[in-house]
Design a protein around this ligand. Sequence first.
Ligand SMILES: Cc1cc2nc3c(=O)[nH]c(=O)nc-3n(C[C@H](O)[C@H](O)[C@H](O)COP(=O)(O)O)c2cc1C
Length: 406
Amino acid sequence: MSMIGEALTLPNGVTLKNRIVKSAMSEALGDQNNNPTQAQIDLFANWSAGGAGLLITGNTPVDRMHLEHAGNFVLDPATDREKVSALVAAGQSGGAKILAQLAHAGRQAPEAVNPRPVSISDIRLDLPGYGKPDAATEEQLADVIAKFTQSAQCAEAAGFDGVEIHAAHGYLLSSALSPRINTRDDRWGGPLENRARLALDVVRSVRAAVSPGFIVAVKLNSSDFQKGGFGPEESVKVAVMLEAEGVDFIEISGGTFEAPTAYQHSAKSQSTVAREAYFLDYAAAIKAALTIPLMVTGGFRSASVMNAAISAGKTDLIGMGRPFIADPRFAAKLLSGEIDKAPAVEQDFPPADTLPRGAVLNWFCTQLALVGETGKPDLSLPVLEGHEAYLNRIDVATERLLAARS
Ligand SMILES: Cc1cc2nc3c(=O)[nH]c(=O)nc-3n(C[C@H](O)[C@H](O)[C@H](O)COP(=O)(O)O)c2cc1C
């Protein structure tokens, strides 16, 4: 039975036409002033025509000094509202709803963008290219909450159907949840209630500032997959706290920059179950504790696995990322039965530990830019060429950003 084709009405009354969601993927196609470009607008029109029920933008920073990439588009009062509204209209043109993924990179802001980022503590990211952060003061944390709220209001004014607050993958809100990174001994650190305070205060402030019909979702890690990090038992508890704040759905992912489990890929030789839906078992415990819908992202490819996950009550929405790059219009084909599996090109690559760090992810980033600029990817591009091309793109975007800033 096709569960993925069924509509879903969220707690705030908004109905998604089906269960397939394009999860956030940093487009890095913004201009030097962090406004969306035509390539980015075209990308969302392409995805919307492709049939998914919901599209979530890539990392959309709430603070210009805390980008995840120099080419992010930012939502603040200085943003070009017309360009953002054009992106939103493109995203809605095929009948999808569209959310802006609001994020503060914290210590994961690249050093070239911010050599001294604000984080929850002064613990530096254990990777080259990231500056030593300062532990946020009370005033800076109040500013973070105000900036998320301001961005949500900008998103609503531009016509977005809602926002997804990024509290996963090691960015600021995620690092605040982690006992490994959050070493504070004030009201923002220590017991889980304190570590969750920043995410909860952000959600409460955003929910109060937008209309009831505006979707407020949260992306949360099932686990950081790091020793001493945020883990599955605490994730269930935080999900319950988020539900109490009026969140419309929670998306489950996992990992951080240091432990990049969100984008894992395994060889074709592994069983379908091992390859697909790697956060689903963690998510099942979260789903059992919630009444609001859950979205699980990471590895889903076969319609049969997706339908079984929904039928078994383990998730309500199926998030996917990389298939939307390999074929921006695969969703309609999967929904109609024309194909029974989303593209899984990552399975053709050698294991990640035999390649330079981030090579496969960077190859996908290059393909994403190509889809925006030309309408389709070039899947024949060798992995290392795609990797290098992305590193060059980052350099160019960073130079442009720094020149525009000065
Ligand atoms: C190129 C690329 C960029 C990504 N950027 C983001 C992002 O900005 N925010 C986010 O929450 N996840 C991001 N992700 C993670 C995806 O949303 C998703 O969790 C991950 O790709 C696993 O899903 P998949 O197996 O269907 O690709 C990104 C993934 C890729 C491949």
